[in-house]
Structures are given as C-alpha cells and as structure tokens.
Design a protein around this ligand. Structure first.
Ligand SMILES: [Ca+2]
Ligand SMILES: [Ca+2]
Ligand SMILES: [Ca+2]
Ligand SMILES: [Ca+2]
Length: 288
C-alpha cells in the first residue's frame, strides 16, 4: 500500500488537473489497487533511482565567486551581480506558448563559502498568490522553483533529500515535500526578497541566498537546530545538480504555464519530471 499512497500523492500533486479530475484519479487508483495487484507489483520493480543513466544533455554552468557579501534586498545593484552571466528560463514544461509579457525570465548565480546566490529576473503580467497556506497547492501560485542536488548524484528525490525542489513563493515562503511525505516549509534554507525594478516596474528582481543542505538533512529538526546536519561549506571546483523553473498562474484555478531553465526529455509526453527525478537537472560548477 505504500506504493499506492505514493502514486496517489504524486497524482494529487500533479499540478495540471482540476479537482474534479483528481477525484476521478483517486477513485480510479482505488479500483486499480484492488483489482490489479499483479500490475502494481510489476511497477514496483521499475522505480526511478540513481542507477539509471543521468541525462547528460546540458553543458555545465560555471558559477563565479562573489567577492563581496550580497545584500538580499531584491535589488541586484551589487558589482558581483553586474558581472555575472545571464542564463535563460525558456523551456516550456507545461502549457501553451506564451508572449514575452505573459512570462519571460532569466537568472544569474554566484557563490560564497556558505551560500549559493540566485538572482532571477522575471516579467509576469499578473502576480498571483491564490492559496495562503504555503504547504497547499503551492505549485498553482506564482512560484520560483529551485532544484538542487548537493552531490550531483541524480536519481529519485520526491520524498527524500537526495535533492530539494524548493518552491519559493511570492510571500517568501519555501515549500517542498519532506522525507516524511508531507508538504513542508523550509524557510530557513533560503533567504529571499523580490522587488519591482525601479526603472522598469514590469521587471521583478528576485534575489535569494541558499543554504546547501546534504541528503541526510533531518526533517524532524529545524534547519538550525544544533543537532541538525550543517549546510555544506562550498569550495571552488564543487559540482552540484541545479535547475530552475517558474510556475506562472494569472488568476486561473490551476497554473497556466511551467517554464524551466533546462530542456527535459519527455516520458510519455511528460516533461514535468524535476520534482521527483534529479537526473533531469543540469549541473553547475563553482569557480574562483
Ligand atoms: Ca542585492
Ligand atoms: Ca503570466
Ligand atoms: Ca543527491
Ligand atoms: Ca502570474
């Protein structure tokens, strides 16, 4: 039944379905669980795991060291940001093609010993936070999703911290599934602030400082409990799995588009694989 619960949860998380369809899936899965146990047993033998080939289809992105401390204020006016390279957010994962003023985005990365820094520049015509609870339907709100795999292992991570899929919301709350299979906030992992560009207010400058936690992060303890595993100290040459995406909703019931930074090979037409499979991430290398 553990497999069944996992499937059910995965389907309910499946962002592109309205509630009435979710109910149908729940009922269909119940029937499947009762009458097709042989089929389910066959499926159990084919999980996504680290033993599968990683999808080495993306060039490694080099990330420069920030020479001065960055102020996370939603203002990218630090000299280090000015010198960092832009990377596109232009891969449509879910939804139809859209105009540049509906969504367009790009990002930069920097690092220091204790943080990975992310600057995302977004144009989104409607900023929308439909559900106040940060752990409910957070993928249907406007959200920057930051995918991080500290040891670049790739592999399954939906209910483990083999990798994180941080959903950073407009209200600066950070959500992901925990190893306890619950949607949980990880607000002490990412310090974040966004603001409208003072020159062009259509542009949102979204700045983040990210603590890089390893896979043995303990969900029973807070991020900075003395007994918690420490964030990793970053050094030049380190390689991590990384990907970025934006959930764009402009007042619809469910999100309208999901746009990523890296091309993802579809499986049965589905490119929305990042939240469970770190093999689809790209890689970043810290340089100094
Ligand atoms: Ca700043
Ligand atoms: Ca939009
Ligand atoms: Ca990992
Ligand atoms: Ca939007």
């Amino acid at each position: 039944m553990d497999w069944f619960n996992k499937q059910l949860s995965a389907e309910v998380k499946s962002e592109d379905l309205p509630p009435k369809n979710k109910a149908k899936i729940i009922s269909a899965l119940t029937v499947t669980a009762v009458i097709s146990s042989a089929v389910i047993a066959a499926d159990i033998k084919a999980p996504i795991d680290g033993s599968e080939h990683q999808e080495h289809i993306h060039p490694i992105i080099e990330v420069n060291y920030a020479n001065t401390k960055l102020n996370i204020d939603g203002m990218p006016n630090e000299a280090d940001w000015q010198q960092a390279k832009w990377h596109p957010i232009d891969q449509m994962i879910i939804g139809p093609e859209i105009s540049a003023d509906d969504f367009s985005g790009q990002y930069k990365l920097l690092w220091r010993e204790n943080k990975l820094f992310l600057l995302t520049e977004i144009i989104d015509d409607v900023m929308f936070d439909q559900t106040a609870d940060p752990t409910v339907l957070y993928w249907d709100d406007d959200t920057v999703e930051v995918f991080l795999d500290e040891d670049a292992s790739g592999g399954e991570h939906q209910y483990s911290h083999n990798a994180f899929a941080y959903h950073v919301a407009l209200d600066r709350q950070v959500a992901d599934f925990s190893s306890l299979k619950e949607a949980t906030t990880f607000n002490d992992h990412i310090d974040t602030k966004w603001s409208r560009d003072p020159v062009n207010p259509q542009i949102i400058n979204w700045e983040m400082a990210i603590n890089i936690f390893p896979e043995n992060y303990n969900d029973s303890l807070s991020g900075f409990d003395p007994k918690q595993v420490s964030p990793v100290t970053l050094t030049a040459g380190k390689i991590m799995g990384f990907m970025l995406a934006y959930c764009d909703n402009d007042r619809s019931h469910t999100r309208e588009n999901f746009i990523g930074s890296h091309p993802i090979k579809p499986i049965d037409g589905d490119m929305n694989r990042g939240y469970k499979d770190a093999n689809v991430f790209g890689k970043i290398k810290l340089i100094k």
